[in-house]
Design a binder for this molecule. Structure first.
Ligand code: C2E
Ligand code: MG
Ligand code: MG
Ligand code: MG
Length: 280
């Protein structure tokens, strides 16, 4: 990419940009191999009901154990997967893996009340014409009751192609699959459009949760978001709960559910199994 600098109108070769491009390309090459070399794993983060502190479900979060670089964050590789289209395969695998896992925990009677599994869907996955078929197939293969599956999508993913999305969401709804809006507040932040989409749950982005101050007049937009979402019949999950103070505020605001390091970090399946065993 040409960059204007000093007297020369164009600088044709920027060594820093060049380095970045090469690293990015290398990561893309490695990511293509990651799936069949079994370098991807899914971690699970508990989601709790705030009034009872009871576990209600998990969010599935993909992890990449790169052979040289170690753990690569999904914040880094999901955007690459999106751009290259690799997200369709990765997303399919994550969905299948996490449905299998929940079904296994249910079968082992690891918990009395049924728990949900929330899985992130990217914008690009949403534009696949056979997305609903893929989900049907995964549910059939894993024997998971669709009621326990919850799909998380962002506002921008919905708005990118609102019409196509609406029909997909309606198909999912027919199957009793639940839907969450992820990272609410970081995108269009328009509660009015939510009326036209069949959404069960709104997840308040962690930036809002973490900005809540020590006293009641510094709660920012959190009270408003909770109030309107609940009036529209949605339940609310607060993301990124890290402190007792944040938890206290959220409880006082009647927020339904919470997720965050204060309760539990995302953990590999075995650790969750152990946790479930110790509590039953
Ligand atoms: P997200 O869906 O909003 O997931 C929540 C993120 O917040 C996770 O980051 C989680 O580890 C982190 N988190 C949870 N509790 C706390 C807390 O108390 N404090 C802080 N600071 N962070 C907390 P993670 O796992 O790094 O994932 C980042 C993003 O990558 C996700 O954000 C999601 O957008 C995307 N992602 C992760 N797995 C998948 C996947 O399987 N498919 C797709 N399409 N995207 C994924
Ligand atoms: Mg999410
Ligand atoms: Mg989120
Ligand atoms: Mg987020």
């Amino acid at each position: 990419r040409a960059k204007a600098s000093g007297s020369a109108p164009f600088q044709v070769f920027d060594p820093t940009l060049h380095q970045t491009a090469i690293q990015r390309l290398q990561l893309e090459i490695d990511l293509r191999k990651a799936l069949y070399q079994q370098e991807l794993v899914v971690h699970y983060q508990p989601i709790l009901a705030l009034t009872t502190s009871k576990l209600v479900g998990f969010e599935a979060l993909v992890r990449w154990h790169h052979p040289q670089k170690g753990l690569v964050s999904p914040a880094v590789f999901i955007p690459i997967a999106e751009e290259t289209g690799l997200i369709t395969q990765i997303g399919h695998w994550v969905l299948k893996r996490s449905c299998q896992q929940l079904q296994q925990w249910q079968a082992e009677k690891r918990f009395s009340a049924p728990l949900t599994m929330s899985v992130n869907l990217s914008a690009r996955q949403f534009t696949q014409p056979d997305l609903v078929e893929q989900i049907d197939q995964i549910l059939a293969e894993t024997q998971l009751n669709p009621r326990y599956l919850k799909l998380e999508i962002t506002e921008s993913a919905i708005m990118r192609n609102a019409e196509a999305t609406t029909s997909v969401l309606q198909e999912l709804r027919k199957r009793h699959i639940q839907l969450s809006i992820d990272d609410f507040g970081t995108g269009y932040s328009s509660l009015s459009y939510l009326h036209s989409f069949p959404v069960d749950t709104l997840k308040i982005d962690q930036s809002f949760v973490q900005q809540m101050g020590e006293n009641a007049d510094s709660l920012g937009l959190v009270p408003l978001i909770i109030n309107i979402a609940q009036k529209m019949g949605m339940t609310v999950v607060a993301e990124g709960v890290e402190t007792q103070t944040q938890l206290d505020h959220l409880k006082a605001l009647n927020c339904d559910f919470g997720q965050g390091f204060f309760f539990c970090k995302p953990l590999e399946a075995d650790k969750i199994s152990a946790l479930l065993a110790s509590k039953s």
